[in-house]
Ligand binder design. Sequence first.
Ligand code: ADP
Length: 345
Amino acid sequence: MATVDLNDVRKVYAGNVEAVKGVSIAIPDGKLCVLVGPSGCGKSTLLRMIAGLETITAGTVSIDGKVVNAIGPTDRDIAMVFQNYALYPHMKVYDNMAYGLRNRGTPKDEIDRRVRETARTLELEQLLERRPRELSGGQRQRVAMGRAIVRNPKVFLFDEPLSNLDAKLRGQMRVEIKNLQRSLGVTSVYVTHDQLEAMTLADLLVVMNAGKVEQAGDPLDIYEKPASIFVASFIGAPPMNLLPVGQGSLPANGMPAGAATIGFRPEDAEVVTTKEASGDALALDADVEAVEPVGAESFLYCAAAGSRIVVRVAGRAVARPGDRLRVIARAEKLHWFDSAGRRIG
Ligand code: ADP
């Protein structure tokens, strides 16, 4: 049981590299917080500061209300799971899992009990005598999780743990991690650059950009109401369509004062057959350039109003490259941003 609180945390590396520029996040007990953002935005630095592997230039990190800035990594009661598994290749699964407990001088029978209990939770019981090279990628990842779990820590930290697994396995492991984290109820911080992983795992999603928090909250709330153009284009795949509006460019009905960009998600675009469009909608002539069928849906890549847009249609697309379509987006599906890229309304 633990809360994790970051209060105006900053990191300046040697050479005056400002990696984290004042980040505040409150993670409730038992929740999974995902830090997501492009490479270099400061996610790993932030995670390493929570872990105690990196000094904190300013601000505080608290675990369960207690500031841990000056406490070493081994005394913070956290466990970290990395992408490269960091398993000892010469040790059996059992010993890999027992290693941290032995280092702490935990009694032998206690170690045995905890390793076996964890192996049962993770369905690793049959694999305890194997060495890492005799395991699949997913099994290795599970052992890495097991090593974190046996220690019964207050907080789990995940640093891109799935990034070197193939897409299918990544999907499975994502579900496993989520279920495990939920059933164990251990407060967790998870770093990824993958927006899908972030959306599906997070109780609390934190979108970072250039060392700062762009937006934090419930993943679907962020998807539905991105606070900035940065978030709108980072969360969601394919990303939100964004078009310049106003003086001389695209006309749009109901445009709020100060709007510079209009946005709509690919799934919120509708292909209509007539020139008619409801008065409150954005209407565009779109020239289909490419069609991408992915089975249950198809994506139409189009040129419209001097920009590129993506339209999602259900099932098999009837449109073909070269077709001209009338595409509308309803008023309640539109997003407006000002010239600084901030959301309006
Ligand atoms: P992310 O995990 O989001 O990719 P990082 O936290 O690794 O981002 O890096 C944030 C910024 O800090 C980057 O500009 C990176 O080059 C810089 N950085 C990371 N580690 C160090 C270091 N040890 N010394 C100097 N600069 C660093």
